[in-house]
Design a protein around this ligand. Structure first.
Ligand code: PNS
Length: 162
């Protein structure tokens, strides 16, 4: 039986840390569905369509993945897609409480859906979409932290705002 995981997130925008989790996740799962979902706590810089386009370009050489978006509960989506698991990356201890809470809430909502965590690669432990956006906004060099298309689009976005 094919093992499928949903890798959910805001992906605003996708970073090299996300790509690392996807590549390592593919060693465990046959198929990964990367799904953009709404995080009500975050105001996004890129629209859903822009984020999909950035994911498509960044992942164009990777097989056995699919990119999607969904408006609603993650566990409902996972069940609808017959996914065996939700895949999440865990960076430092600071991620733990939020991830723990979300995994337990998701389990309470649907006991059939398991959450699997992968430790983020050491290289990416201090990066996040938010901190990368902040650095890019003020002209910082983020070249080594995001795919080239993301770097380009971040520069374009912030140039249009000034
Ligand atoms: O990349 P993020 O912002 O940390 O991802 C969080 C996300 C989008 C996975 C989370 O907010 C989410 O699952 N949103 C959909 C609604 C939902 O099911 N929330 C969790 C249970 S209340």
């Amino acid at each position: 039986m094919e093992r499928t995981a949903v890798y959910p997130g805001s992906f605003d925008p996708v970073t090299n840390g996300h790509l690392d989790i996807i590549q390592r996740g593919l060693k465990i799962f046959d198929h990964i569905i990367i799904t953009i979902l709404d995080n009500p706590a975050k105001q996004t810089l890129f629209s859903v369509n822009e984020r999909i386009a950035l994911l498509q370009e960044s992942l164009k050489d990777i097989e056995n993945i699919e990119i999607d978006s969904y408006n609603g509960l993650l566990v409902d989506y996972a069940q609808r897609r017959h996914a065996n698991a939700i895949l999440r990356g865990m960076r430092a201890v600071s991620d733990f409480e939020y991830e723990f809470q979300m995994a337990l809430m998701n389990r309470r909502l649907n006991r059939e859906v398991q959450t699997v965590f992968l430790m983020t690669g050491l290289r990416w432990i201090f990066t996040s979409s938010s901190i990368i956006k902040e650095a890019a906004r003020f002209g910082g060099n983020i070249e080594s932290m995001v795919p080239p298309v993301v770097q380009k689009q971040l520069q374009k976005k912030f140039a249009a705002m000034t």
